[in-house]
Design a protein around this ligand. Sequence first.
Ligand code: UDX
Length: 441
Amino acid sequence: MKIAIIGTGYVGLVTGTCFAKKGHDVICVDVIQEKVDMINQAIPPIYEEGLEELLKQTVKEGRLKATLDFKEAIQKSEIIFICVGTPSFSNGLLDDKYVRSAATSIAQAFQEGQEYKVVVVKSTCNPGTTTDIVKPILEKSKLTSGKDFGVGMNPEFLREGVALKDFLAPDRIVIGGNDERSQQLIAKTYEGFEAPILQVDPTTAEIIKLASNSFLAMKISFINEIANIAEKIGSDVSSIAQGVGMDERISNKFLRAGLGYGGSCFPKDVSALYQKSKELNVPSKLLEATIEANKIQPLRAIKLLKETLEEESLKDKRIAILGFAFKPDTDDVRDAVSVPIIEKLLAEGAIVYATDPVAMKNFKKEIENENLHLLSSIEDVLISAEGCILVTEWKEYKDISPAKFLELMKNPILIDGRRAYEHDRFIESDVKYKAIGLGNK
Ligand code: UDX
């Protein structure tokens, strides 16, 4: 099919290249000339495992191209996916300004008597956006939805780092078509995908996305609270999670206790659904608690550090931080827990030496402080440190031996914020090893 993708960010570009790989003809539209040029030269403007080679292949085959020209893209396409960003308002609801702008440009490109086209919202949005905002904007074109064009909502469930895999081998495909013909056309783009298709209305599709992310985030906040209980009792939350996760109704996925969830989706989506619940006068206690638990979890690393140092003050202490990215294998620091942790250390007068294999450039935009030293070398960060917190479980940090910590640090205290290390590795060593959810064994 002929597909237009509006927005070439993380979701748009992954969607476009994967659809092109499946044999569709794809035109990606963006408003930034530099991004359009990069894509046409098969240089991805974002990093995602496997994206570069897939972009090269699809651009070379002439199956994918990028343009600034909305009109050309819309007029040549049968189905148009809106994949623009939906940043958060301060109250938590998602800002749909880019979705509105995309819908307006699509309406302006619509022509009397054109072939039937379907406009599909893929961006995560507040419940009701597709039918109450996008559809009316499209009808300003004087064309009638359901007759001259279709409307739908098709959420993405992509994880950073494994987005291509998640797109090409999804657990399910949710299609929120406004009418039967829209449903069928959207389903046609997914022919050849081996995944169950769930057909619902657009608003239900929007809520499925928000509820899925909220449930995963809640599961993480739940195991983090169990970790806090386990620490006090003297048990190991990893074993607890293993036992709980053996129940197939629960599964062991997303039961890794740590310093809390970050990223560009969980924090945003949980807040959006919670804000919506308050607006509807059914404020969700579970969503509220998920958010609150996640706010305090990062600071548990500092509490553990102080307990191990046996000092309340961190003033002038040299503290090492390993990892900025919100999770390994990405340079993304959006809502990363490294930010509140480093801010708190600096506020308490600590001198912070920190590193990350790839997220340094992005992290620099987050915090400026004379007592914060960002270094590329692990050794230089650990030298003379009086405590170290592992924040992101990068493989290169997992490989650091107890001997290395002992050799470099002034006071070999290691707070493992992501359960990246096997506790037993440190029992024989003089490293004072503490971990989230590891009772004082
Ligand atoms: C998430 C959802 O998984 C994905 O389906 C959705 O489309 C977008 O949001 P992503 O944000 O890329 O994907 O990362 P994910 O791998 O889900 O991790 C999110 C955060 O949760 C990370 O900070 C990670 O460290 C944390 N996490 C994850 C835990 O703390 N414990 C876990 O067990 C799993």
